[in-house]
Design a protein around this ligand. Structure first.
Ligand SMILES: C[S@@+](CC[C@H](N)C(=O)[O-])C[C@H]1O[C@@H](n2cnc3c(N)ncnc32)[C@H](O)[C@@H]1O
Length: 306
């Protein structure tokens, strides 16, 4: 996975603005880290990318200090710039290291969290063990991860199906996702459905699971596009549905699909239909007629370290 591309920087910065109901995310995190008990807290954001979770955590309370860590120089650079822009540099800092091996003492942090990291790892249990090591006994480890396999059939294309829900197409998407995500695992690119396995993984890492919740979020676009959130979503669709954008991923997706047991012909047939549907959706989007809904499934799991 090329984490340094402009495409990923966009996904992990712009998209984060409308992914969740803010109250759902904030309330969950407050409960998980035990905010409100009065003490200053030091937390870790593993695989921080451009710093989304680090900033969210720091903004919860002025007594929170966060260290964000990642392996990508480019994303750490973006995080540092954004940190200054948000004037958080006194409480948020960034360092380069792998989540599998962090140069921090045992029990150095009150909590350690990750946001859309586990699904990209070949060995999430190893990462969770390392996160547990650096938190105090009784401290919290948490991860917020999408379940892309659950979301996929309602994903990336047009939901404005004038004749009603197209179940045949939804089933084809599942079949495509089955091969693609199996192939991702075979290619060592992680498990796109890791979210649903988190309690097991946390338990295997020696954590005592006390929290596992799913988001309440359906992203939707309904004309007129007259709110900040709808405009951001429309702009995101304009990019993600464009054929030019999809072409960039064609070779990787095709080889992962084949690694998951699919054939060239199956891939091409699915791909062509996808592009045709997306092109129709794009026309509707430009005419401000597209209605679109995406069942974005995200789960947060948390456990206590011993
Ligand atoms: C989908 S991005 C999420 C970034 C950020 N947490 C967010 O939610 O915006 C996944 C991140 O994991 C990082 N990553 C991948 N493997 C890693 C590893 N072994 N150790 C630390 N970071 C890693 C990538 O560089 C990338 O920034």
């Amino acid at each position: 996975m090329d984490w340094n591309s402009e495409h990923y920087r966009r996904i992990i910065t712009d998209q984060r603005r409308w992914l969740y109901h803010r109250d759902w995310f904030e309330n969950a995190i407050r409960e998980i880290i035990g905010l409100g008990k009065g003490n200053p807290m030091r937390g870790l954001d593993a695989g921080c990318g451009a710093g989304y979770l680090a900033f969210e955590l720091a903004k919860l309370d002025s007594r929170i200090e966060i260290l964000g860590t990642d392996t990508s120089d480019d994303l750490l650079g973006s995080a540092a710039v954004e940190c200054e822009r948000q004037e958080l540099q006194k409480r948020v800092s960034f360092e380069k290291c792998s989540c599998y091996e962090m140069p921090y003492r045992d029990g150095e942090f009150d909590f350690a969290g990750a946001h859309t990291l586990m699904l990209h790892l070949t060995d999430p249990v190893r990462a969770l063990k390392e996160m547990s090591r650096v938190v105090k006994p009784g401290g919290t480890v948490f991860a917020c991860e999408p379940d892309n396999f659950a979301s996929f059939p309602s994903g990336f294309d047009c939901a404005s199906e004038p004749d009603g829900t197209d179940y045949d197409w939804a089933a084809r998407k599942f079949e495509y996702a089955q091969k693609l995500y199996r192939g991702k695992i075979a290619a060592g690119e992680g498990d796109s459905a890791v979210a649903r396995r988190m309690p097991l993984l946390f338990r295997d890492a020696g954590l005592e699971v006390f929290f596992f919740r799913k988001s309440d979020r359906f992203l939707y676009l309904l004309p007129p596009y007259d709110t900040e959130e709808k405009l951001a979503l429309a702009e995101n669709l304009r990019v993600t549905l464009s054929e030019e954008n999809c072409r960039r991923f064609f070779p990787t997706l095709r080889s992962e699909f084949k690694a998951g047991g699919g054939t060239d012909a199956e891939f091409d047939s699915f791909w062509n239909e996808r592009i045709e549907r997306q092109n129709k959706a794009l026309i509707a989007l430009e005419e401000e007629k597209l209605t679109w809904a995406y069942n974005h499934t995200v789960a947060i799991c948390a456990g206590r370290a011993s």
